[in-house]
Write a protein that binds this ligand. Structure first.
Ligand code: AKG
Ligand code: FE2
Length: 210
């Protein structure tokens, strides 16, 4: 390889490592930041027909795509989950991905360029397992240790399932950068309209004691 090409590649790669981005570097034995414990990624959790049906169900919600990251809440204090979400919640438990059947779901819509800031999901109202099903577009989710410096990233492909529990749920924040493309195999992949379904369980509080 011409030295100047090698140098510019090396600088780009070094910057990516410093930023903690995920890398796919065939033939180069460079460290990739470790993912948080408790993060389990499953590609193709649903099939493409199911994805289309779920997208159609979501579209019935009449999204306002003009507002930043529109979202809809189902279940929990809003009542029982609609059938199309209850079926996925049941499948998450039956397939062993979740210990409990999720009773609430947030549906997030993202136009290209929209993201979600770094956060840890509310611990007072949500249990220890979070399941995110992605529809429509690939996106990179970034993770940052709350009481440390470590960072990591995971590509979320359409139809995938991301499970967060343990350290990944409580000790690391997760975020999606507000930008129009994501790094894939050394290239940039343009985002499309993306919808995520985030399944959680309500924390049930016992009766107050005197
Ligand atoms: O859209 C996603 O994949 C993540 C959503 C999320 O983190 C949340 O609603 O708390
Ligand atoms: Fe979240």
């Amino acid at each position: 390889m011409d030295d100047s090409v090698f140098c510019s590649c090396y600088v780009l790669i070094s910057c990516d490592i410093v930023k903690g981005m995920s890398l796919f570097l065939p033939g180069l034995d460079l460290p990739v930041p470790a993912l948080p414990a408790g993060l389990v990624y499953t590609p193709e959790f649903i099939n493409s027909t199911e994805e289309r049906c779920l997208m159609a169900a979501v579209e019935r919600e009449k999204w306002n795509r003009e507002i930043s990251r529109p979202r809809q809440s189902h279940g929990g204090r809003h009542g029982p989950l609609p059938d199309w979400l209850a079926a996925i919640a049941r499948r998450l438990a039956d397939s062993g991905h979740m210990e409990e059947v999720a009773d609430k779901v947030v549906v997030n819509g993202y136009a290209p360029g929209q993201g979600i800031g770094a956060h840890v999901d509310d611990t007072a109202s949500c249990g220890g397992e979070i399941a995110i099903v992605s529809l429509g577009s690939l996106v990179e989710m970034v993770f940052a240790e709350v009481a440390g410096e470590r960072k990591a990233a995971q590509l979320l492909e359409p139809r995938s399932l991301l499970m967060l529990s343990g350290a990944a749920r409580y000790d690391w924040s997760h975020a999606i950068s507000a930008r129009r493309s994501d790094p894939v195999a050394g290239m940039r992949m343009a985002r499309q309209w993306r919808v995520s379904l985030t399944f959680r369980t309500s924390v049930r509080r016992g009766p107050a004691t005197a």
